[in-house]
Design a protein around this ligand. Structure first.
Ligand SMILES: [Zn+2]
Length: 399
């Protein structure tokens, strides 16, 4: 195969460079041709040709009139958010949440379901395809209207291939070609990532778009973090960056963890670990969610246990703060629903132990996107890829 030169790349869009111009319009803001010309340094006639190509794909259209300097109305153009739809999905151990969004990541229609991820990839992904088809019907759309799929899985994923890597709670999924199966049904790019990573993307998009150094920490059955550094999600060499649940903490000494080690953060501060500690104190509590219920009812023992879990988490996050120097740490996941008590424990340790310069402008806050974070992130992951210059050129070449 011949290497792709600038000329062949441009020829996919008729030599217009339209896909590059489109990157300016992806934020959805309407702009005049004059504004686009000023932003790019291109002649207005060139801008016009490129916009014609994008309009031909249905991705850009006129949005009402603005008064130009000559007093003549000049049409503004913008991304058409509803031109295509994106399938965003979040699979947990026993739940699934999926949605169709527009090209700005706004949810159009969604549903939740109960599915055991341990049933294996064929069964679970087959179910996901059926649910997605139902959503398309609900919205009056067809598979051809899809432009991309973003999917979060509850385990480590090699992002470049979309294949899970030794996922502990997903028997049968190790190395499975998840994008390959989904592409047999939906002929669009399929992006697969770890659920905490997509939650980090979603939380940042929803609440902290300016924060280029950002940690999202999920505290639920497991504990993990999504790291955004320099404005980019950091997945690490094998896709397990941010897997903080199995870092040893002082209070974990001698306590076995399901990973085979002893003393892990997850063994003392996850929802099930806190519930187990409370049972040893004589309380009748089985799950992390029941711990949250007890905290909300004001049970002092439970509040103290959650606060201590926050301190344990703070031990590990202190090291993360010194390593990554984030400006925001957002806490999500079911145990974070216990509100200020978990946060208070984290803050107590992080602010006490970190270097003053690292904490001077550090906010440690509850998740604002809540249970929407994963879907927003999955959608953004797919949109970012599907609307990239290379993907748009492919789309145009296929028309
Ligand atoms: Zn462990």
């Amino acid at each position: 195969m011949l290497p792709m030169t600038d000329t062949t790349r441009a020829s996919a869009l008729g030599g217009t460079g339209a896909s590059e111009l489109f990157q300016l319009l992806r934020d959805g803001r309407p702009r005049t041709r004059a504004e686009l010309s000023a932003l790019t340094g291109l002649a207005r006639s060139t801008i016009g040709l490129r916009l014609d190509v994008l309009a031909g794909l249905g991705l850009v259209g006129p949005v009402g009139d603005a008064v130009s300097t000559g007093g003549r109305p000049s049409t503004r153009v913008a991304l058409v958010p509803g031109a295509r739809v994106v399938l965003a999905a979040d699979l947990g151990a026993s739940h699934a949440h999926l949605a169709l969004t527009d090209l700005l990541g706004r949810e159009l229609v969604s549903r939740r379901g109960t599915i055991d991820v341990a049933h294996g990839p064929e069964a679970v992904l087959g179910w996901l395809v059926e649910q997605a088809d139902d959503l398309l019907v609900d919205l009056g759309k067809a598979r051809d209207d899809l432009i991309g799929v973003g999917l979060g899985l509850p385990g480590p994923v090699q992002f470049s291939t979309g294949r899970p890597v030794n996922p502990p709670i997903m028997p049968g999924w190790d190395g499975f070609d998840v994008p390959g199966l989904l592409r047999r049904h939906f002929d669009v790019p399929v992006l697969v990532d770890n659920d905490v990573n997509i939650m980090a993307l979603g939380e940042r998009t929803h609440a902290w778009p300016e924060a280029d150094h950002f940690l999202f920490v999920k505290v639920a059955t497991g504990i993990g973090a999504g790291i955004i550094s320099g404005g980019r999600l950091q997945r690490g060499a094998q896709g397990i960056a941010g897997d903080i649940g199995h870092v040893q903490v002082p209070r974990g000494a001698g306590i076995p963890c399901h990973c085979g080690n002893v003393g892990c953060l997850e063994a003392v501060a996850s929802g099930p670990a806190v519930a187990a500690a409370l049972r040893r104190d004589g309380l009748d509590v089985a799950t992390g969610r029941e711990v949250v219920d007890l905290v909300r009812r004001g049970d002092v023992t439970s509040i103290q246990a959650v606060r201590q879990a926050g301190r344990d988490l703070g031990e590990v996050l202190t090291a993360c703060v010194n390593m990554v120097n984030p400006s925001v740490i957002a806490l999500g996941g079911s145990l974070a629903q216990a509100g200020e008590h978990l946060l208070a424990g984290v803050r107590e340790v992080v602010y006490q132990r970190s270097m003053p310069l690292a904490t001077e402008h550090l906010s440690i806050v509850p998740s604002r996107a809540g249970d929407r974070a994963a879907l927003v992130g999955a959608s953004m992951l797919a949109i970012h890829h599907a609307l990239s210059p290379a993907a748009l050129d492919e789309l145009a070449a296929a028309v």
